[in-house]
Design a protein around this ligand. Structure first.
Ligand SMILES: [Zn+2]
Length: 444
């Protein structure tokens, strides 16, 4: 017994000696990475997830997003229908008995989901979250759905529609993508006007601003925790700072008709954008931006580059506003983590966690977690691909990818001597849960 004790003590001594010797991080991991990975993954699999961005929905619910994908767009390899990981997801979640989604097989899955939708209630989506150990989830939707439990799903509502109050014919005519997006924005604006009991646009800018501010406040009262801009799909994320008089004159000229020239429409949008940011600050609402490449044939990488937002997120007038630049700025992920150096800026790994396989997500997360581990969050961007492969399967893919990628990133860092396994688990908690829980006020 005594001998055993001494033997144990000797081992501990050797171990701590080794830890001291490797206090300086090495550029190469040792051969122990797979073992450390397995130990970490086992514990990381138990961490409840806070999902910063999803479109939790049944596939026939048009409220899932304020926009739609243009037809025939090019899709990255991993998101094509033939990805076998979707079969793995359906097997893990539902015990799917087939190896592909041939129509006669997919029917099995579609019927199961239709039955869940028909049965009503919130138990189904709660059970999907439970299976994936997702504790809380933001649902970025036009409206919250009756089948989503408000205790688990918090609402992120869209605000881009406020940027399109005028005659949008020339906006919609710019290209095929805008032809799809702009009418949908008009629909959301109409819906907000109806919500606020308005039959037409107010007569002046003051009235329009009051309507915008009131709608945002009412959405917060309905449970909204953040406003979301998909502006990168429509225009540059660089917002200038025009004087109010200019916006007032443009509103007076076009609120009752007439197609605004591009420059004037943009000036109006730049101004109105700042009204929304200001209101977010007043109400302590977070502000989400789509900040990554996007779908469509005309998406501008240059316009969507999150660096365009620097003048806004670093503006002292908005230091009380929490900005969440979702999708990691992909492919500008290194620029993105440096943007989070600002106290009020956060990012998440939603969407990009689908674009790349876990081996590459690991590389990105390794860089992020080594720089600002308190500013990064998990996000799934779960959404339905078709009637068979739904948000359920994409939740699964995102959660599995992120848990394995963060475990691998941390295993390498531990093996390289950056920090201990204990510290690694602490960092995994920040990424998967704690940073988001703190940001949305659910954790001190
Ligand atoms: Zn999304």
């Amino acid at each position: 017994m005594t001998r055993w004790f001494h033997y144990g003590a000797a081992v501990v001594l050797t171990f701590s000696g080794a830890a001291r010797a490797s206090a300086q991080a090495k550029p190469l991991a040792s051969g122990d990475v797979p073992k450390i990975y397995e130990r970490l993954l086992k514990q990381i699999d138990q961490i409840p997830i806070y999902d910063n961005h999803s479109h939790a929905t049944f596939p026939d619910d048009s409220d899932m997003d304020a926009m739609a994908s243009p037809p025939d767009q090019s899709t990255v390899l991993r998101l094509r229908d033939a990805n076998p990981e979707f079969v793995a997801a359906a097997k893990a979640l539902f015990g799917y008995p087939y190896e592909d989604f041939q129509p006669e097989h997919a029917k099995w899955l579609i019927e199961k989901k239709k039955a869940a939708e028909a049965s009503g209630g919130t138990a189904y989506w709660d059970s999907i979250l439970d299976k994936l150990k997702i504790e809380t989830c933001l649902a970025n939707r036009v409206a919250l759905a009756p089948y989503l439990d408000p205790k688990r799903f918090h609402w992120v509502f869209f605000v881009d529609s406020f940027l399109f109050p005028f005659d949008n014919h020339s906006q919609a005519a710019r290209n095929g993508d805008m032809g799809v997006y702009v009418p949908l924005q008009e629909k959301v604006l109409q819906r907000y006007m109806k919500q606020e009991g308005m039959s037409g646009l107010p007569a002046d800018l003051a009235g329009y601003e009051a309507f915008v501010r009131q709608t945002v406040a009412d959405n917060q009262k309905k449970g909204g925790v953040a406003m979301k801009f998909e502006a990168a799909y429509f225009r540059s994320l660089y917002f200038r700072d025009p004087p109010r008089e200019l916006a007032e004159a443009i509103y007076a000229k076009f609120h009752s008709g007439g197609v605004p020239p591009e420059e004037e429409y943009r000036t109006f949008q730049d101004y109105l954008f700042r009204v929304l940011i200001d209101q977010a600050g007043n109400l302590k609402l977070c502000v989400h931006f789509h900040s990554a490449v996007g779908t469509g044939d005309y998406f501008s990488l240059r316009n969507g580059n999150p660096l365009n937002l620097e003048n806004v997120v670093r503006d002292p007038r908005y230091s009380n506003v929490k900005f969440v630049l979702i999708h990691g700025g992909y492919p500008y992920t290194l620029d993105m983590i440096w943007m989070t150096a600002a106290k009020n800026v956060y990012t998440d790994s939603s969407l990009m966690g689908y674009y790349v396989y876990p081996s590459e997500l690991k590389n990105i997360l390794k860089q992020w977690i080594s720089l600002y581990p308190e500013k990064i969050m998990f996000g799934s961007d779960a959404f339905p691909f078709n009637d068979a492969v739904g948000a359920e399967e994409t939740f699964w893919l995102a959660a599995r990818s992120a848990r394995t990628a963060i475990a691998a990133a941390l295993a390498e860092l531990v093996s390289e001597g950056a920090f201990s396994e204990e510290k690694a688990l602490e960092l995994a908690h920040l990424y998967l849960h704690d940073n988001a829980a703190r940001l949305y006020g659910e954790m001190k």
